[in-house]
Design a protein around this ligand. Structure first.
Ligand SMILES: C[S@@+](CC[C@H](N)C(=O)[O-])C[C@H]1O[C@@H](n2cnc3c(N)ncnc32)[C@H](O)[C@@H]1O
Ligand SMILES: [Zn+2]
Length: 356
C-alpha cells in the first residue's frame, strides 16, 4: 500500500487515524509490502500482507466467495478473457460516460478478486477496493502495485475508511450477499462526500429474477459445504452445459431453460463478445457463475422501491432507479450537507498505549 493512503484509513473500532507501526518489506519508500499498521487511538494493530492492509481475519459467512475467487481469479477479467464485458456492464448499468470518473476518488465495496477493479482503476483517479474474504490476495500483482489502487481486506459493516471522503461509492453484486442489506447500506452511505454519488446494485424481487434455477436449489445447496457443491457440479456440469448449448438455438426456450436447467450457459454471449477463451474455458466461466449462484450463504434480493427508500431516508437526492432486474439505483449526496460524526468519533479517544 502507498503510505499516502493512510490519510483515507480509519480504525474500524474507534475511528482514529492509523500509522505505520512496522515496515518489514518495502518496494520503495512509499510502497509498503509487508508490515503492520497501528491505531493512534486504541492501539490496535492491523497487518499488511502483500500490500493489503488486513482488518478482518476470517470470512465469516462468505467462505465460498474466498474459495471461488482464489480458484477462478482471472476468468471473468476483461484483460484475461479478451472481452469488454465488465467495462460495458459497468458503463451501461451506471449510465456513466467513460470520462465521468476521471480524477475521482472511488471506493468499491465487495471487490472479489478485482474483476471490476481493473476497469475502475483505468476509469477513475483513485480506487480503494475491499472485500471480506481472502479473494483480495488473488488480485493481479500489477493491479496491487498501481499507484492509484489500494486494496483492503475489510467488512462492509466495519469499514476502515474515513467518512464523507469519496466522490463515488460503488457496490456491485454484493449487498444481497450480506446478512442484513439495510445495515450494509447504512454502513456504506456515510462514505459519500458532499456532492458525491452512490452506485448500488442488488438482485431483484422481480418475478423474472426469482424465476431462476438457483432459487429452487439454494435451500439445499447453501447448507452444503461449498466443496461438496463443487464436486457435484463437476459431475453434472458438462452434460447440463452441452444440453444448454444444444437448446440455445431455440430462442423461445431460453427463459424456460434458465429456470429448469440448474447450470449457467455463457458460451454464446462470450463468443459474441469476441472472447479469446477456449471452449473449455467458456465452460469454466459458466461453471464459476453457477457455483457463485448456488453456494453463498445469503442471497437476499430487494425491490427497486426498497432501495430507493433507503437512499431517500439517508438524505440522498436525485435518486434514480436505472434498472429493475437487477436493481440499479444511483443517488447523490447534496453538496452542502454536513454529516454527523460517527459515535466513536464523538467519544474521547481511549488513552494511547505507552510506547516502548
Ligand atoms: C458476487 S461477488 C461480487 C464481486 C465483485 N463486486 C464483482 O462484481 O465481480 C460478492 C462479493 O461480496 C463480498 N462480500 C460479502 N459480504 C461482504 C462484507 N460483509 N464485506 C465485504 N465484502 C463482502 C464477497 O466476499 C464476494 O467477493
Ligand atoms: Zn482504534
Amino acid at each position: 500500500m502507498r503510505r499516502r493512503f493512510l490519510d483515507l484509513l480509519a480504525c474500524p473500532d474507534c475511528g482514529a487515524d492509523l500509522a505505520v507501526a512496522e515496515a518489514r518489506v518495502e518496494a520503495d519508500e512509499d510502497d509498503l509490502v509487508e508490515g503492520e499498521l497501528a491505531c493512534e487511538g486504541c492501539g490496535r494493530r492491523f497487518p499488511v500482507r502483500r500490500r493489503v492492509p488486513v482488518f478482518v481475519d476470517e470470512s465469516q459467512y462468505a467462505d465460498s466467495f474466498g474459495w471461488q475467487w482464489q480458484r477462478y481469479a482471472q476468468l471473468q477479467r476483461d484483460s484475461y478473457n479478451g472481452t469488454s464485458i465488465v467495462r460495458n456492464t459497468i458503463l451501461k448499468r451506471s449510465g456513466w460516460t467513460p470520462g465521468h470518473l476521471a480524477g475521482k476518488l472511488l471506493v468499491e465495496c465487495g471487490c472479489g478478486s478485482g474483476n471490476d477493479t481493473e476497469v475502475l482503476a483505468d476509469l477513475a483517479g483513485t480506487v480503494v477496493s475491499f472485500d471480506l474474504t481472502e479473494a483480495v490476495f488473488a488480485f493481479d500483482e500489477d493491479l496491487l502495485r498501481r499507484e492509484n489502487v489500494l486494496v483492503l481486506r475489510a467488512d462492509i459493516l466495519r469499514i476502515p475508511l474515513k467518512r464523507a471522503r469519496f466522490d463515488v461509492v460503488y457496490c456491485h453484486r454484493v449487498i444481497m450477499h450480506t446478512p442484513d442489506p439495510p445495515a450494509s447500506f447504512a454502513s456504506m452511505a456515510p462514505l459519500v462526500a458532499p456532492g458525491g454519488e452512490f452506485f448500488l446494485h442488488s438482485y431483484s424481487t422481480d418475478w423474472k429474477s426469482l424465476a431462476n434455477y438457483k432459487y429452487a436449489w439454494r435451500p439445499l445447496t447453501k447448507h452444503l459445504p461449498h466443496t461438496v457443491v463443487y464436486r457435484i457440479l463437476r459431475v453434472v456440469g458438462w452434460p447440463l452445459y452441452l444440453l444448454h448449448a444444444a437448446l440455445h438455438r431455440l430462442a423461445f426456450l431460453r427463459r424456460l431453460n434458465r429456470v429448469v436447467i440448474p447450470f449457467e450457459y455463457h458460451g454464446r454471449s462470450l463468443h459474441k463478445a469476441g472472447t479469446t477463451l477456449s471452449f473449455r474455458e467458456r465452460y469454466e466461466y459458466s461453471f464459476l457463475i453457477t457455483f457463485d449462484a448456488l453456494t453463498p450463504t445469503f442471497d437476499n434480493p430487494s425491490s427497486a422501491e426498497t432501495l430507493q427508500g433507503w437512499f431517500e431516508d439517508a438524505g440522498f437526492v436525485d435518486v434514480e432507479v436505472r434498472a429493475r432486474n437487477p436493481v440499479i439505483v444511483l443517488g447523490h449526496r447534496p453538496a452542502d450537507v454536513e454529516l454527523a460524526p460517527r459515535a466513536a468519533e464523538t467519544a474521547p479517544p481511549p488513552e494511547k498505549p505507552a510506547r516502548s
